[in-house]
Design a protein around this ligand. Sequence first.
Ligand code: PEP
Length: 255
Amino acid sequence: MRTPFVAANWKMHKTVAEATAYAAAFRARMETIRAAEVVVAPPFTALHAVAAALDGSPVGVAGQNLHSAPQGAYTGEVSAGMLREAGAGYVIIGHSERRQLFGETDAGVNAKLHAALGAGLVPIVCVGETLDERDSGRMFQVLNRQIAGGLADVELEAAGSVVVAYEPVWAIGTGRNALPAQAQEAHAHIRQRIARALDADGAAACRIIYGGSVKPANAGALAAEPDVDGALVGGAGLDPDSFAEIVAQNAAAAV
Ligand code: PEP
């Protein structure tokens, strides 16, 4: 039985004041939730303040990105150790916006994954096809490449702590979520490829979460699919009440 994993990616939204107000409201909503692992990913500037505001609560904090080097002359970048020190326990890696807008590759994702694991951060590795890739019948090929490249050389013992987010690019920020059956098809395929890259036990332990226009109205149906182990939420994660509702639906699907 995999514990559901639900994360809100705030992207480039929320000042420190806005982020801490959210954290205060959200932690109150999370007091009764025990059946899910819950994480928010603020922008770097608010990470420390949000971690302090959530300290002692069951809600964790994630960075939205990291550099693979521990330190150095990399203007504008942040290392795994810096994220840890600021209070993060998790980090999102290879989000499609980073792949599309900032040229991230599978090899770069893999380097970041190893940096995260080395620093004790739980990596949330994003994969997913574009609409063109899906429509031209290349979805499975793209997922295979992203899984094999992104998860290369992961030690078996680390497999259970890796979270993979299936985020079809055509569903992100578009209001058009994958149908539950489409998500299940992709998740089952991803799990099979993880089994090939690692082993069957590693694949069975790995949480594969769905991202792409998750809202309170569709979260329960997506979470009910057997290989959907939670959600990565963008827009609907910006509001503490709607994110709390999505968490509640994922927790309910697990019991
Ligand atoms: C995301 O960016 O990870 C995401 C899933 O966004 P949204 O929920 O807004 O589609």
